[in-house]
Design a protein around this ligand. Structure first.
Ligand code: ZN
Length: 526
């Protein structure tokens, strides 16, 4: 248990994530990118082990919309590539900034130099370079720089100069938490601001999709956005839209009973040819209208064998989910079991089992059009608050299997379409211009990184709380950007969807029974 504080901070290294500028810039696997753009930028050398330094980098990233700076964690390999004059010990002691002109600013002067780059902080930078503010600034900077190790207790970067083994042995869990908490509070304004921005964005997308539909591929693919008084709280608070996908005569996931009126309104307007009703999995927002839609349209129901088992009878939902989404009725006869394909109007769809999000999950794939109707088998690259029946190890295997397909259009079950195809028009917030395979491989990388973090955490005998924190290092932008939303989801779902579930999702054993948080704690040694 001794070494954890330090070890965990050491493990906050980022995997290479494309949209995370910071990670890309210091990603050891992309040295070419690093040197090419370096000379024209302000290069900021910071102590990647220190929470205070990492938090300041987060602020820098939030201010730097035009990519004027590149932040580089100090290492013996990196320094010579930046400037031969840089010294490792000096750099660990104080902030160093190398300007595009090749000037080196140190300590407070480096802070003032950076502040002058951005309009909101320009004044601080300008004033900070004049007497007497310059002197005050230098004194204040010197104080923080000298005491940052005692402030954060982890003595982070000092380990590099002094004896790392000794410091590791001394560092205890309190050191980890003090660093983690400090990192959180320095970023708190950013966390709140990111939370507000995300909420505005969600409201905007909700308003633009309210009771709307999206007709694509000359009417072959239609997305019906579903609404309902209480279900509406989900897109507003969490950003997941409710949809039914109509594809070539197949209606997929017709919503919950509380969205039935919305579906009915769409049917009146569109009058679609529905030949089959299919469910991708047994979650309440996907299966509550199976029998109803089948009765209204005369189309037979198709579900997988496990889904059918989950739906007869449908287990009683936790009351929050029952109140907001609605308790689905049991699946009643007649219904058919899905085979390997589903015949649509103009072709056929392959049925591919994709356990992970839940055990019964299937996706539908049109090889002719290269369309993957993914249900909840994708859910964004960095989805961090899963439901309690997620099995992330199975999810990894399923995603690996899907990576073998040729996919040009990825349609998610909660209102996102990933595609680069020009025949899919722009629809901000819904259509994401990204190669589906790239999005999927990002998710795979993220899940693999999480698996590593969690396995290492359990091996070291860490408490679940610490493992959870180690999966969301503040140095990673997505950790604090989604923090407010994730915690809001945890609170409002009474813990049903949370970052803790993410840790649990990697320790599920085979079989239907889910481990409780309590069991995870036992296996985690807490
Ligand atoms: Zn689901």
């Amino acid at each position: 248990m001794d070494s954890i504080g330090w070890e965990l901070l050491g493990r906050t290294e980022q995997p290479c994530m494309k949209e995370n500028r910071w990670a890309t810039n210091h990603c050891p696997r992309s040295p070419k990118r690093l040197t090419r753009s370096m000379a024209q930028s302000y290069r900021v050398l910071y102590d990647g082990q220190c929470e205070i330094c990492q938090a300041c980098v987060s602020w820098l990233k939030a201010l730097d919309h035009q990519n004027k700076t590149i932040c580089l964690p100090i290492s013996a390999d990196v320094l010579p590539t930046v400037d031969a004059r840089l010294n490792l010990d000096e750099c660990l002691r104080q902030l160093h900034v190398v300007t595009p002109e090749g000037e080196i600013h140190v300590g407070w002067d480096a802070v003032a130099c950076l502040a002058r780059l951005f309009p909101p902080t320009w004044l601080i930078g300008a004033v900070g370079q004049r007497f007497p503010f310059r002197n005050v600034g230098r004194w204040l900077y010197g104080f923080v720089a000298k005491n940052r190790y005692s402030l954060s207790k982890c003595r982070g970067g000092a380990c590099r100069i002094a004896k790392p083994e000794a410091v590791r042995r001394q560092a205890k869990l309190e050191a980890f938490w003090s660093c983690y908490t400090l990192g959180f509070f320095i970023r708190l304004p950013l966390v709140l601001w990111a939370g507000i921005k995300a909420a505005v964005q969600r409201t905007n997308i909700f308003a633009r999709t309210y009771n709307k539909r999206l007709d694509l591929l000359n009417g072959k693919l239609t997305i019906l956005f579903l609404n309902g008084l209480l279900p509406n709280t989900v897109p507003l608070l969490f950003g997941e839209l409710f949809t039914t996908v109509l594809y070539d005569g197949v209606a997929i996931d017709p919503g919950s009973p509380k969205m039935r009126r919305s579906v009915a309104r769409h049917l009146l307007r569109v009058k679609p040819k529905i030949k089959k009703v299919v469910a991708t999995h047994a979650h309440e927002e996907h299966v509550g209208n199976l029998n109803w839609l089948s009765e209204v349209t005369g189309a037979p129901i198709y579900v997988s064998e496990i889904t059918a088992r989950f739906l007869t009878p449908f287990k009683k939902l936790p009351w929050v989910r029952a109140a907001i989404i609605g308790q689905p009725p049991n699946l009643s006869q007649p219904y058919q079991l899905l085979g390997e394909t589903v015949n649509a109007i103009t072709g056929h769809l392959q049925v591919i089992p994709t356990p992970g999000h839940c055990d019964d999950h299937i996706v539908l794939y049109d090889p002719k059009e290269k369309v993957l109707l993914a249900g909840d088998a994708f859910m964004g690259s960095y989805f961090a608050t899963p439901n309690p029946d997620v099995d992330s190890r199975k999810w990894l295997v399923s995603l690996e299997r899907l990576m073998e397909l040729d996919i040009e259009i990825l349609v998610e079950g909660h209102g996102h379409i990933h595609t680069l195809r020009a025949d899919i028009p722009d629809f901000p917030g819904v259509v994401i211009r990204e190669d589906p395979k790239v999005a999927m491989s990002k998710k795979l990388d993220y899940l693999r990184w999480l698996r590593e973090q969690i396995e290492a955490g359990f091996k070291e005998g860490l408490p679940v709380r610490v493992i959870e924190a180690s999966c969301f290092p503040w140095g990673r932008r997505t950790s604090w950007e989604s923090c407010a939303t994730d915690e809001c989801i945890r609170l409002l779902s009474l813990g049903h969807f949370s970052r803790t579930e993410l840790v649990r999702s990697f320790v599920r054993r085979d079989g239907d029974q889910l481990p409780t948080v309590y069991e995870v704690r036992i296996s985690g040694g807490e």
